[in-house]
Design a protein around this ligand. Sequence first.
Ligand SMILES: Nc1ncnc2c1ncn2[C@@H]1O[C@H](COP(=O)(O)OP(=O)(O)OP(=O)(O)O)[C@@H](O)[C@H]1O
Ligand SMILES: O=C(O)c1ccc[n+]([C@@H]2O[C@H](COP(=O)([O-])O)[C@@H](O)[C@H]2O)c1
Length: 207
Amino acid sequence: MVGKCKKKGIMGGTFDPIHIGHLILGENACLQLGLDSILFMPSGNPPHKPHRPGRATTMQRVEMVRLAIEDNPHFELSLAETHDQGYTYTEETLRRLTAENPDTDYYFIMGADSLFQFEHWKGPEEICRLATLVVAVRDHVSEEKLDAQILHLKEILGARIEKLDTPNIDISSETLRSWIASGHSLRYYVPNPVISYIEEQRIYSRN
Ligand SMILES: Nc1ncnc2c1ncn2[C@@H]1O[C@H](COP(=O)(O)OP(=O)(O)OP(=O)(O)O)[C@@H](O)[C@H]1O
Ligand SMILES: O=C(O)c1ccc[n+]([C@@H]2O[C@H](COP(=O)([O-])O)[C@@H](O)[C@H]2O)c1
């Protein structure tokens, strides 16, 4: 058996737009689990968010991610799911990545809201075979409720799950989109180069 020598995190998301919740989650996973790097992986066409009128294009979401992570040497942009044809499924992405990189252990990072939906994803057992799940608190879910969900997924799927020690960060892309539309500042919630890009490209504004 080949000994695995690299540990990579995958921070998948729609990133419409990327914000400090995503970046702090990636940084904490990297530090707390001793990962070599984190792949920020924008979903080209998320199966559960098929219609997104008035949102950023895939190209704009990719550019916002690139600008947001460029000053962090542990963060990398991954275009593994960036295509507009067909849906993107984590199971298929992980199958591809693990086949191409047999020396790497993958850690799929998510907020608690995603962990509560995880059973309904495509091929959750296979995802759990191919990667360790990494979860952080979100929406002030209680420790008891989160621990119960972790135990449940371990029992029914044989999941390996690591819980991060992170503060609840009360921000979402949805809130930011509504702020942009109403002229509310994004300062400190989104890196400055991303704010400038959103302004230049007039993404999410009503006029
Ligand atoms: N503030 C946050 N704290 C913890 N996890 C987060 C936070 N924001 C996003 N995440 C996690 O990052 C991943 C990608 O999230 P996504 O790009 O959909 O952002 P979002 O803010 O949830 O978007 P939207 O508001 O449009 O649904 C998901 O697993 C989500 O749980
Ligand atoms: O593969 C699936 O069935 C699936 C269902 C829901 C979400 N995901 C992945 O979970 C990550 C976070 O998704 P989202 O919608 O919260 O941005 C992103 O990488 C998605 O591709 C994957």
